[in-house]
Design a protein around this ligand. Structure first.
Ligand code: AMP
Length: 306
């Protein structure tokens, strides 16, 4: 495998998550926006991971990424502690409270892209400080399609850096409350259009178990979430959705609105496997055929017959 084969570059966090749901608690399991995004993308396209871990990062996590054929030339390991995050879910599994965020080695991280990554056509700037996301984008030669995710924390603490980034991306992903918070508009249509005014061609608004909406200047596309009877851990659903979306887009190698909608459906389906288990467990042993089978079911479910 050579670095030059990387079609999609993903930068984001890699961490150890402590998660409590009404049913179960897990201590320091593999998480982080880049972990979920790369795992989901790996079903579709050669993905290169950009991030940092400390010297306490368990070797089995690295081995898992390798088994998933994720390129790790952009993953640095430095002295210090790996990023840690802890959260607790309410019984509805939709409401989450962050207990703690310890940036640790991410506090001084300055990503330097390996040569082969700079020419990659697709870039996903997963959730991490917007200045780091911009720093990665600065090093890309001429990406065909750039998507970025963000979160409330950066809207509150790094708004200027976020606004500078938003101008440079093709697609911005955020959840409904973040879209409202960022723009001050309650209507999601107005909020999305306020963001489109700032530069992106597309805005994707995630609505948790209620699916997602895609906005362009001319159109709106609705995407329900795949219905599941057992959600074990929704952590990383948004990152998986975005990673699956970008991986599928890189595979289609097309950025028409039709390709974007199709990729969005794939992101949705891959993420549905992720939330059926903790950490990346839902992806271990998962085969492309299972994704396609669920996709076929999803097509049937969303057929309006009108
Ligand atoms: P999501 O459920 O899509 O919001 O993603 C949750 C993942 O994001 C967890 O695995 C966390 O490790 C990671 N995460 C939480 N807070 C941050 C943060 N401030 N910066 C980067 N990653 C984070």
């Amino acid at each position: 495998m050579s670095v030059s084969e990387v079609k999609l570059v993903v930068v984001g966090s890699l961490g150890l998550d402590t998660i409590e749901t009404a049913r179960e608690q897990r201590f320091e399991i593999l998480g982080g926006s880049a972990s979920f995004a790369c795992a989901a993308a790996s079903f579709f396209a050669k993905t290169g991971m950009v991030g940092v871990v400390g010297d306490d990062f368990p070797v089995e996590h690295r081995a898992l990424f390798e088994r998933m054929q994720i390129d790790l030339h952009g993953l640095q390991q430095v002295p210090g502690k790996t990023f840690r995050w802890s959260g607790v879910y309410e019984v509805d599994m939709n409401t989450r409270h962050t207990r703690s965020t310890d940036l640790n080695v991410f506090a001084d991280f300055s990503p330097a892209l390996p040569d082969g990554y700079r020419e990659a056509p697709y870039v996903f700037l997963a959730n991490i400080h917007p200045a780091l996301q911009s720093h990665v984008l600065d090093q890309m030669t001429k990406p065909r399609f750039v998507a970025a995710d963000t979160m409330d924390l950066w809207i509150n603490t790094a708004r200027a850096e976020l606004a500078a980034l938003v101008k440079r991306v093709d697609l911005l992903l955020l959840n409904d409350s973040e879209a409202r918070h960022y723009t001050g508009q309650h209507s999601l249509i107005r909020a999305a259009h306020a963001i489109l005014e700032q530069g992106p061609r597309y805005v994707m608004v995630k609505k948790g178990e209620h699916g997602a909406m895609l906005f362009s200047r001319e159109h709106i596309a609705l995407m329900p979430a795949f219905p599941l009877s057992d959600v074990l851990d929704p952590t990383g659903a948004g990152d998986s959705f975005a990673g699956g979306f970008m991986g599928a887009l890189a595979e289609l190698d097309h950025a028409s609105e039709r390709a974007i909608r199709r990729a969005m459906a794939y992101g949705n389906i891959v993420a549905s496997f992720g939330v059926e288990a903790f950490s990346l467990e839902g992806y271990q042993g998962l085969e492309r055929e299972q994704i396609e089978a669920r996709m076929a079911l999803f097509r049937e479910m969303t057929e309006l017959h009108v």
